[in-house]
Design a protein. Structure first.
Length: 254
């Protein structure tokens, strides 16, 4: 008899291009390294053709990157059940393509992927309130699937406001925020804002675990991503929360 995944993680961002896919892949890579039964999913991906030209690995789609990092053999059509050509919000891209998005397909695929897995990692598109249909955004989808939320926040000026707004929107949608991951967006020295954002967020959101995620040059390398996840403490998120709390005696950034 199939069982549901013990851990369901939804990954969202405070904006676009802030490392959401890198963190999702890092979680998948550390799950792979630890031998967990894992699944990954990108329910709706837009701008797919623009990212699948034969221009090298950096042009791969997000779903393909997730699949590679996780090292799973699930068909790409299951990992990404809905693909749209234009790089727009799913609702807008679907409307322009004359397509009605099938929520039942998403529900069925999520259930199939998660069966007999220890963890499933679901990456959204853009931010939490990006609309999938006129009446559903990714926050609703994560609530529907009982996913705990990992908020990926790009460490730059403005991230405090964007993170607080995302947490507030998640709580309003009935989604529990499991963690905030503050990502380094470049390899250069931090500005004053970048050097102080983490402490500000931990002070403002003391009930949510915050992690720092470093700049990773080899973001297509599962081993490099797994090492970054291990060093950052993100592996704790692959355990049910009660187990991860009891297993950790110090902050992931101590």
């Amino acid at each position: 008899m199939s069982t549901e995944p013990r851990v369901r993680l939804g990954v969202t961002g405070t904006d676009t291009e802030i490392g959401k896919t890198v963190v999702s892949c890092a979680l998948a890579a550390i799950a792979r390294a630890r031998g967990l039964r894992r699944a990954v999913m990108k329910p709706v991906e837009t701008g797919v053709l623009a990212r699948t030209r034969v221009d090298g690995p950096s042009m791969r789609s997000d779903a393909e990157r997730l699949r590679s990092a996780a090292g799973v053999d699930d068909a790409i059509e299951r990992i990404r059940p809905i693909a749209l050509v234009e790089p727009l919000a799913p609702m807008v891209a679907a409307r322009r393509a004359g397509i009605t998005l099938d929520l039942a397909l998403l529900d069925d695929t999520f259930a199939e992927l998660g069966a007999d897995r220890d963890v499933i990692i679901v990456e959204g598109a853009g931010g939490l309130l990006v609309p999938i249909t006129p009446t559903m955004h990714f926050g609703h989808l994560f609530a529907r699937w009982h996913c705990d939320l990992v908020v990926v926040a790009g460490n730059r000026l403005g991230v405090i406001n964007h993170t607080l707004l995302t947490v507030q929107a998640a709580e309003a949608a009935g989604v529990r925020v499991r963690a905030i991951v503050l990502t380094s967006l470049t390899g250069r020295d931090a500005s004053v804002a970048e050097a102080t954002n983490f402490d500000a967020l931990t002070s403002l959101l003391p009930h949510i675990r915050c992690y720092r995620f470093p700049w990773v040059d080899r973001w297509e390398d599962p081993d490099a991503l797994a090492a970054a996840a291990e060093g950052t403490g993100l592996a704790d998120l692959l355990l049910p929360e009660q187990a991860s709390v009891s297993a950790s005696t110090t902050s992931p950034t101590d």
